[in-house]
Design a protein around this ligand. Structure first.
Ligand code: CUO
Length: 671
């Protein structure tokens, strides 16, 4: 008898296989009881779910698509077990858009406590056409047809979407990494918009997670001697970077829209995507209203009430950054005034993704920036999100700097910190590694022979943080350890001020530990990072049916829900000759940081800093990004503070350490 896991895998396999013809039967019970022939009207239970054509892109950035997703997810949410989910899914899979179908299945399996015994397979295998070019997939299919016994994988060329003629393409391996794109797809799945989900601090995590991805992108750019990314300067200037993804939206060969360098945005009307008229003026109006709110210090709801915007709200109320995140992203159900503040960030994705064919004159598909699974491939994604982040920073810089009490932790001193990798102190090595996935599960050609794809990706060998801490208090003390990394030098080779370096600090880890009185020596593995997820789980691994027991390492890895920065991308590349970075470690009082809550079911607690905890509160009461989310205090104890190092020097609970990151290319495994 099929296991629950194998039933689920069957649902995820070959999503683009065509309608099988004949009659489609709907299971009876729970109000779902119709038997219809192909071509019959879809049952009302599917609501808007069939409004989206099969074969087209499904995008959570488009409101009509979110409405379709809401209907289909609600339809699936009736399932009380995997058997019922399978019946519901099989009944509608030939009626609804394929990508919508997988999105909603994934949504329901992650959300419903009764279904959490099963895992969803990696999106890389479900939709290989979002990760490898059509040319390579076709070649793979042809080779398998010619030689079904072929065992060598198809090697994905790292330069498949562009050449190094364009300096931006030095970062292609990073932007097109399967792991970061998979993370971003999952992030938008677990923080969905307008799906009646009330996740704790959703607006704030929207700001923080995207800000951190930008910081990581900028570290990577500096590793290649490229300047930090510049924001879009509005919607009327030409978009400097074009993008030609070489990907197809499904197996039919339908290509994603492409964009030339220096494309000018235009008003759009894409009724084929359920989009009415969206004008650049709309976006400018929304932006101006949101900026007014920041500068006035309050935002107005539908009733005209003024809601103060502050990150120090009384009684741990909703922070201003959280309110602004909900209004800017935007989520119509969470925004304080959706008609007034609009749908700015989602519309911006949409406007850019249709800039090559704003009125469907050319029957072109949406561009890759229109889908969270592919948007991070496009260089303009970072310019767009830098524009979004600059808005949030405009707000953050109006907050008062943190004071001594918030920054300090009397009685606790960090004596020394460092990192150790393969026995080498404070010099971390990065290089190339490879990972294989099977594409055959997501393609509707190639028969049943495995089609293996080999991706080359940045990686590093695991390392440990070593911390020597003195607790001079007479008792044990619970502390939060916060570890950040940033480049030491700017584009010109100069040391940076606090404000210049502030947005480059990337969270590496955050964890709670108990200090005993006296000296404490902590060793923490890079593999336990608060931002990373364990490696993607493939169909084959799930079929192998590893015994999953909670409390074991396998249980921990099973408990993740796909969201999380890929472990292999934890470190920036660095430089072949070694690049200077700084580690910043800060201990804070867990009694202040702690959030009271019960964690239930599959907690999805990997990568908690980027992905939160499902159905629970964000487990750190401080503002996300603390202490770098605000400007530096001008003076501490009478000393002027102009750099992060000067700040750390004033507090015993902070310390900085210089390290190097050296890129060794193909020599990584020979450490
Ligand atoms: Cu994740 Cu714009 O929010 O891509």
């Amino acid at each position: 008898m099929a296991t629950e896991q194998s039933q689920v895998l069957e649902l995820f396999e070959k999503p683009f296989r065509g309608p099988s013809g004949g009659s489609i039967s709907f299971p009876t019970g729970e109000g779902i009881g119709t038997r219809i022939g192909t071509g019959a009207r879809p049952p009302p239970e599917l609501g808007y779910a069939t409004s989206l054509q099969r074969g087209r892109v499904f995008s959570v950035f488009i409101r009509a698509h979110r409405r379709a997703a809401r209907s289909l997810c609600e339809y699936f949410m009736r399932a009380r077990n995997i058997g019922e989910l399978t019946s519901l899914a099989n009944a509608c899979r030939n009626l609804v858009n394929e990508q919508l179908f997988i999105y909603c299945l994934s949504f329901v399996i992650i959300r419903k406590p009764e279904l959490r015994r099963v895992r969803i397979p990696t999106v890389v295998e479900t939709f290989p056409s979002k990760f490898a070019s059509q040319e390579m997939l076709q070649q793979a299919g042809n080779e398998i047809n010619r030689n079904p016994a072929r065992t060598e994988p198809i090697v994905i060329n790292q330069e498949f979407s562009g050449t190094l003629i364009k300096p931006e393409h030095r970062l292609s391996y990073w932007r097109e990494d399967y792991g970061i794109n998979s993370h971003h797809w999952h992030w938008h799945l677990v923080f969905p918009v307008e799906m009646d989900i009330r996740r704790d601090r959703k607006g704030e995590i929207f700001y923080y997670m995207h800000q951190q991805m930008l910081a990581r992108y900028d570290m990577e750019r500096l590793s290649h001697s490229l300047n930090r990314v510049l924001p879009l300067t509005g919607f009327r200037e030409p978009i400097v970077d074009g993008y030609f993804s070489k990907l197809t939206v499904n197996n039919s060969g339908r290509a994603w829209g492409t964009r030339q360098d220096n494309t000018t945005l235009k008003d759009i009307r894409r009724d084929d995507f359920g989009l009415g008229f969206i004008s650049i003026s709309d976006l400018e109006l929304y932006y101006s209203r949101l900026l007014d709110a920041v500068h006035q210090g309050f935002i107005q709801d539908r009733q005209g009430n003024r809601i103060p915007l502050t990150d120090d709200p009384p009684n741990r109320g909703k922070r201003g950054i959280d309110i602004l995140g909900d209004a800017f992203e935007a989520d119509a159900e969470l925004s304080v005034n959706y008609p007034f503040y609009g749908d700015l960030h989602n519309f911006a994705h949409v406007l850019i993704s249709f800039s090559h064919d704003p009125d469907f004159a050319h029957r072109e598909e949406v561009g890759a920036i229109g889908d969270p699974a592919t948007s991070m491939r496009d260089p303009t994604f970072y310019r767009l999100h830098k524009f979004v982040d600059e808005f949030f920073q405009e707000y953050k810089l109006q907050q008062r700097p943190y004071n001594n009490e918030e920054l300090g932790l009397p009685g606790v001193r960090v004596v020394r910190i460092g990192v150790l990798q393969d026995g080498v102190p404070n010099n971390l090595r990065t290089g190339w590694n490879q990972r294989e996935f099977e594409a055959g599960r997501g393609l509707d050609f190639g028969g049943s022979a495995p089609i293996r794809l080999r991706f080359t990706h940045l990686d590093h060998r695991p390392f440990d943080y070593h911390l020597q801490i003195m607790n001079t208090l007479p008792a044990e003390k619970d502390v939060t350890v916060r570890i950040f990394l940033a480049p030491t030098l700017d584009e010109r080779g100069n040391r940076m001020s606090f404000m210049d370096q502030r947005l480059l600090w990337t969270e590496m880890d955050k964890f709670v530990t108990k200090l005993t009185p006296g000296e404490n020596k902590l060793v923490r593995s890079s593999r336990d990072s608060s931002i990373t997820a364990p490696p993607e789980i493939t169909f084959r691994e799930l079929e192998a049916g590893r015994e999953i027991t909670s409390g074991t390492q396998a249980g921990v890895e099973f408990g993740q829900c796909g969201c999380g920065w890929p472990r292999h991308m934890l470190l920036p590349r660095g430089m072949p000759q070694g690049m200077d970075f700084q580690l910043f470690v800060m201990l804070t009082d867990h009694a202040v940081d702690k959030v009271e809550q019960v964690i239930r079911g599959r907690p999805c607690t990997n990568a908690v800093s980027y992905c939160g905890i499902l159905d629970s509160k964000f487990p750190d009461a401080r503002p996300m990004g603390f202490p770098f989310d605000r400007r530096n205090p001008a003076m501490i104890n009478g000393n002027v503070i102009q750099t992060a190092g000067e700040l750390a020097a004033q507090f015993d609970n902070m310390v900085m350490e210089d390290i190097k990151i050296t890129f060794v290319g193909n020599q990584l495994q020979r450490a």
